[in-house]
Design a protein around this ligand. Structure first.
Ligand SMILES: [Zn+2]
Length: 220
């Protein structure tokens, strides 16, 4: 586990990179994606956090490497609330979407979870305690991919997750939408990018370079 800024942490890699936000209020802890291994999440107790206090989990998209452990998180805390965009909701809430979730690639079976909230707008705000999370619909990698922007400690922190792709028909990928989505992320001028597989990218110039690089190599 590694601190990014006060209250925001990188937990580790299990399928995808999993991040933790401490609302420092009764809302408890927020996960950005769940990854594949609940044991890795349990290890936050080594740093003095109670995994049972994870009350919210924002799912950036429906891929198995981001959602497999959701079911176990729910076992740990039956009150945990899951959030995702409605365009990826079916694959998260139902069994049998193994192409869309990529579970067939990973040779694993996905145990679905129900969403507490489905995002439907281009941008919406989720307030948890004093924390304001901006949820940005960024289709491209999947139709329901979202990015999350948090301003904390004077920095704009962007949880962009699978900015790098990949892009496949079976995912419902769309490179035109991807280009628009990435431009919207650039327009936010983030200082720190927390990516789904490539870790933490900073400062702002590096974030810009990282996103532009993937835009250039994934033209329609
Ligand atoms: Zn993905």
């Amino acid at each position: 586990m590694k601190k990014i800024v006060d209250g925001i942490y990188y937990i580790g890699l299990s399928g995808c990179q999993v991040y933790l936000i401490d609302t420092m209020a009764e809302n408890g802890l927020v996960l950005i994606d769940c990854g594949m291994d609940i044991d890795m999440i349990m290890d936050i107790s080594d740093e003095g956090f109670d995994p049972k206090q994870i009350n919210h989990c924002i799912i950036t998209h429906c891929h198995i490497d981001h959602i497999e452990a959701c079911y176990h998180l729910k076992e740990l805390n039956p009150d945990v609330k899951f959030y995702a965009h409605e365009a990826d909701a079916q694959a998260i809430e139902e069994q049998g979407h193994d192409q869309q979730t990529a579970a067939s690639w990973y040779g694993t079976k996905y145990n679905p979870v129900k969403l507490y909230k489905k995002f439907t707008k281009e941008i919406e705000t989720l307030n948890l305690g004093d924390l304001e999370l901006r949820i940005i619909h960024t289709p491209g990698h999947t139709p329901g991919s979202i990015s999350v922007l948090v301003e904390k400690a004077g920095k704009k922190i962007l949880f962009g997750q699978d900015i790098h792709g990949p892009f496949y028909e079976s995912f419902g990928s769309n490179l035109n939408e991807y280009q628009n989505s990435m431009q919207r992320l650039l327009d936010l001028e983030p200082d720190i990018l927390c990516e789904g597989h490539f870790g933490i990218i900073k400062p702002a110039d590096e974030v810009k370079r990282y996103i532009k690089n993937y835009m250039d190599s994934n033209k329609p």
